[in-house]
Design a protein around this ligand. Sequence first.
Ligand code: ADP
Length: 364
Amino acid sequence: MSAVVLKNICKIYDGGVKAVDNVNINIEDQEFVVLVGPSGCGKSTTLRMVAGLEDISSGELYIDGKLVNDVPPKDRDIAMVFQNYALYPHMTVYDNMAFGLKIRKFPKEEIDQRVREAAKILDIEMLLERKPKALSGGQRQRVAVGRAIVRKPKVFLFDEPLSNLDAKLRVQMRAEISALHNRLKATMIYVTHDQVEALTMADKIVVMKLGVIQQIGGPLELYNEPDNKFVAGFIGSPPMNFINMAVKTEGDKTYVDEGTFRLEVTPAQAKFLKPYVGKEVTFGIRPEDVEFSHTPVDGKTINGSVSVVEPLGSETQVHVATSKANVVGKIDPTVVPTPDEKVSLVVAMEKARFFDVDTELRIR
Ligand code: ADP
């Protein structure tokens, strides 16, 4: 069992920077948890506190139910894979992987068995006698992971391990790390700024901004039910479109009105938008939840003119400039809109999300 619990964890650096602000996370045994957020949001600092590489200013950190705030890194039974791999250049792959066990005085035979087993799992058996400079980026990355595996730690920590790889290799290593997690059944905490890595790898995602947790949930939960505008905009690519619109009623219908077009909301949405009638809200719709059309329909379509067309093969992304915003739609690649053309986007209204303009919290 290797649960990790962060309780009211704060980190204040010298000079008063509050890098991590009252973070609470329950990481269950064998769970794959991804900490994600833009640069500077405090995700590395959080990971480094779990590793013991950074002091905890206040709060409690438990590994396996044991308070470890003051336990030195080497006694925490964790292994960390760094962004730059931190391999010893003068040592062979074998020795790089064996090093952590040697200094812990493991018997030679056991070291050999563990190194060969890890090399087999990672498919780097033929590289054991090479030095790091004779390896590709992807191979170095595997060795760095191998060095963690041989330790058989309770918890694996990954700090942006794929950011030095090219796009294609990143996709491949993403799948390999997921497969490794399934195979080792270890608890893993993974830090990235890339929401695609978070969505594809995580059992549970922790979204952070300016040191504060914005939301914790499964990938689809965060995608479908974001708690605020930040999470809605951060998870998903291209990001959710936002337009500030006025809530209005006409007869028994409720609309959000942009000025040049209006959208009729569903009965359920009308209910929770009631307190906002006469005021503005931020309307949000994902690029995948609109459909291209040449015909504007009152209450159903966003209307504007085409500013950019980006064909991607499997889909085309069209940017439509309305009087207030730029709205991106993912559309059928056989449709070829021309720049400046007047077009419409039919909105799947049940997929729309609404946010308070001031607090940016979800209205529901
Ligand atoms: P992330 O990993 O999300 O990019 P970090 O955890 O590295 O973010 O940093 C969080 C905040 O703490 C940032 O504002 C950063 O400038 C600050 N910070 C990081 N390390 C230090 C340090 N050693 N001293 C002072 N401030 C730091």
